[in-house]
Write a protein that binds this ligand. Structure first.
Ligand SMILES: [Zn+2]
Length: 362
């Protein structure tokens, strides 16, 4: 793909990164840093908002064909991190960019919640210190060559080292999730029949979100944030509903937390065999943690429900799960009941849950 007078976009590059490189290219006369900064400030999502007035302005001024730009730079995943939380990057990719093209570039996949690893280099993304700006790729490079101990930023408050043997499993699950965005039908391991990808994608997104829920005053964080970190999870001081905590938690999660969520997904959807489960158990044991491989146990540790209505609403989000016919997933959802018990959700909810479960098991 080549746009005349503009730099050649890299594979998987974001629109904002391409503009950043154009603004610093001697050969691109249609775009400069001032225009770039203005675009970045005026756009709510500079990487992917390809329908905004700011986007139109850039395309009109630079003689770019909007449809072509949209089709090239659109995201390839459904679940994107919040634009202000897109500071995770792969240090090896940045180093290679400097060698190959003389400029660092930002990748679309670094913005996907379901992609905490760089699959090209087989490592967990690290996090730069500053808030993202138009010069984000340079800031990442500065972080990369700086003296800060980068390993500290690869996760939020310590926990399990990212280079444990289970990283292989995490990367496999990341590829599996990426496959959901390209295929129409899919098989789940352990069952021969094909399942609808859109349904599976829906349920995996909900599962990622619930695992990564943020902590609020009245409620703990999701298990992927709360269980394997050495430090305390920060509290969001806002009155958020359960669903809002799920959304906010997912879009602001660190690569380390998303890595834990992927490993949990492998248990929740029954995607790991006994070998892999024991690999994960020993890797976590070496860091002083007990790995939960039981889907129901993980389900019981989702943030507590504070009313029967809330409990039933979340259960309803997963009401299509039985069509996937996956025992592990159903056990995970049954585990919500234990979370409801912890918070004394009432008997009516319990009755309704029984009814739903009977339907689940049919
Ligand atoms: Zn990389």
């Amino acid at each position: 793909m080549h746009f005349e007078g503009w730099p050649k976009p890299l594979i998987d590059e974001t629109f904002a990164s391409w503009l950043f490189r154009a603004a610093h290219s001697k050969n691109c006369l249609s775009f400069n840093s001032d225009q770039g900064e203005m675009y970045y400030d005026d756009s709510e999502d500079p990487d992917f908002d390809l329908y905004s007035a700011a986007f139109d302005r850039v395309c009109d001024a630079g003689g770019l064909k909007k449809e072509l730009i949209r089709s090239y730079f659109k995201p390839r995943a459904s679940l994107l991190s919040h634009p202000l939380h897109r500071f995770s990057f792969c240090r090896m990719c940045i180093r290679e960019d400097i060698v190959n093209i003389g400029m660092p570039a930002w990748r679309k996949s670094w913005c996907y919640i379901t992609a905490p690893y760089c699959l090209r280099h087989g490592c967990l993304l690290i996090v730069m210190e500053d808030d993202p700006t138009f010069y984000k790729p340079w800031e990442a490079f500065a972080t990369e060559v700086g003296s800060a101990p980068l390993f500290a930023y690869s996760r939020r408050w310590g926990g399990v080292p990212s280079k444990i043997p289970s990283a292989e499993i995490g990367m496999r699950i990341q590829k599996w999730l990426a496959g959901l965005d390209t295929a129409e039908w899919f098989t789940l391991s352990g069952q021969p029949e094909l399942v609808s990808t859109s349904l599976l994608k829906n349920i995996t997104i909900l599962t990622m979100q619930i695992l990564l829920s943020c902590r609020i005053v009245a409620r703990s964080a999701g298990p992927a944030r709360a269980l394997y970190c050495d430090g305390r999870e920060p509290i969001v001081h806002e009155r958020l509903t359960y669903k809002e905590s799920m959304n906010l938690g997912a879009v602001t999660a660190s690569p380390y937390e998303r890595m834990i969520a992927l490993l949990m997904i492998s248990c929740i959807f029954g995607l790991s065999d006994e070998n892999e489960k024991s690999t994960m158990a020993s890797a976590f044991r070496a860091s002083g943690y007990r790995w939960l491989s039981d889907a129901r146990q993980i389900g019981s540790l989702v943030p507590g429900f504070y009313s029967e209505q809330e409990y039933l609403e979340i259960l309803d989000l997963f009401s299509a799960a039985p069509y996937l016919n996956n025992e592990c997933l159903l056990s995970f959802i049954e585990g919500f009941e234990d979370a409801a018990y912890r918070n004394n959700v009432f008997s009516y909810a319990k009755m309704k849950a029984w009814r739903i479960q009977r339907r689940l098991r049919r």
